[in-house]
Design a protein around this ligand. Structure first.
Ligand code: NIG
Length: 404
């Protein structure tokens, strides 16, 4: 059934440059009073006035903002258990990395995930996906990484795929095979290369792989050895410079990684090199808010011509949030992005990072993943603290309404 949205302030984000870099991040391609026609789950026409059959179902947007659905390109949304005790410890001043090194943090979620069945993991994840959708996320990347054993990592990836089948949006699984380790890192990393990576590749050919390069997690050397093996068949992403700058950013650029994620501790020189590279910087401001108030300097990356994306990093330890509007709000307050840059960094850029050319903009032929906001000015997205700015979500052409 075709659907016409009339009288909308449309943020088309149309344009050929993908991902958006530097100044082009601010160009939202706005049609201040326009119409969008949707047929068969796709955008059929966009403009000040479009042709539609007289009996087409219509939504009067009443001048409010219509924009592409959010693409949350970095989450660990598949987990079991909770980390409330750890959070209280951190409130008393115990650092995140100290808890990890003492066998808590990521390891406590590993224990809970191992105790859960695939079905239970998928059910928890589905609840989070539904909450994401209500706040406008229509495409989401979800990492494994709480298994730390071949069968457990596979269980997570299968649970992610299963939850995705029951959700109207799109999920993209990532194999986070270097999240932490048990026993000696050397032996663990060897096992990952010899056993875990081939097993994952058999079932999920070409899946993107990821690692956590950090003091107390994977060393630079272990990450590089793993990525050099994996790069032959898998795109690479890496968690890096969250607490410590270990030299991973130049290596990630050299290895052609799709993205470097976190960047709270990135040096000026590394940000400058990143801005000149094809690797995208992914910032995770909800983590900074929840962990210790250190934010990535995304504004500096953009002013030097770099490409940036914003994600929630939804996970039980460092970012218990599924909200892209909150991530945008914090990115504008603390990471140096303008509201317009943050909108591009939450839509077209993460779509490009995840390999989608069919979403992230409002143009004919694109998948109809759209958000109608409560607001007539898109800056409200970054201005409002809390609450849900999304009135209606249209996912693959179908309406999902979220009352305020
Ligand atoms: O990106 N830093 C590593 N991984 C996640 C946190 C996972 C956790 O604490 O459970 C992150 O912040």
């Amino acid at each position: 059934m075709p659907l016409l949205i009339r009288n909308a302030r449309i943020l088309t984000l149309a344009g050929t440059e993908r991902p958006r870099r530097g100044k082009s991040l601010s160009d939202l391609g706005i049609i201040s009073a326009g119409e969008v026609l949707i047929t068969d789950g796709k955008i059929a026409a966009v403009g000040p006035k479009v042709e539609a059959a007289a009996d087409t179902e219509a939504i009067d947007a009443k001048g409010r903002v219509l924009m592409p659905g959010f693409v949350d390109c970095h989450t660990h949304a598949c987990w079991a258990g909770d980390r409330l005790d750890e959070w209280e410890q951190r409130l008393r001043g115990v650092p995140y990395l100290e808890i990890l090194k003492a066998g808590g943090g990521i390891h406590s979620t590993v224990r809970a995930v191992r105790d859960a069945t695939k079905k239970q993991l998928a059910a928890h994840l589905k609840e989070r996906l539904d909450a994401m959708l209500r706040e406008g996320t229509t495409t989401v990347e979800i990492k494994s990484g709480y298994g730390l054993q071949t069968e457990e990592e596979l269980k997570m990836l299968r649970a992610i795929v299963r939850a995705g089948h029951e959700w109207p949006g799109t999920i993209v699984p990532t194999a986070l095979l270097g999240h932490a380790f048990e026993g000696s890192l050397d032996e663990y990393a060897r096992m990952v290369v010899k056993e875990m990576l081939p097993a994952v590749a058999r079932e999920f050919p070409g899946i993107t792989v990821d690692a956590f390069c950090e003091d107390g997690a994977w060393t630079l050397e272990a990450c590089v050895r793993f990525f050099e093996k994996a790069a032959k068949h898998h795109p690479l992403r890496v968690h890096t410079d969250q607490f410590t700058s270990l030299g991973m950013i130049p290596e990630a650029i050299r290895l052609g990684a799709l993205s470097v994620d976190h960047l709270e501790a990135a040096t000026k020189a590394d940000l400058a090199a990143l801005a000149k590279s094809r690797t995208m910087g992914v910032i995770l401001p909800c983590t900074s808010f929840h962990v210790d108030g250190r934010y990535a300097r995304a504004g500096s990356l953009v002013s030097q011509g770099g490409a940036v994306a914003i994600a929630t990093n939804c996970n039980p330890g460092s970012s218990p949030s599924h909200s892209m509007p909150l991530a945008i709000t914090l990115a504008v307050r603390f990471c140096g992005l303008t509201p317009a840059e943050a909108i591009a960094a939450a839509t077209v850029n993460p779509a490009s990072l995840l390999g989608f050319r069919d979403r992230g903009t409002i143009e004919p032929g694109q998948r109809a993943d759209l958000l109608l906001l409560h607001h007539k000015d898109e800056r409200q997205l970054a201005y409002e603290l809390g609450g849900n700015p999304v009135e209606t979500v249209i996912c693959n052409g179908a309406r999902v309404t979220s009352p305020r």
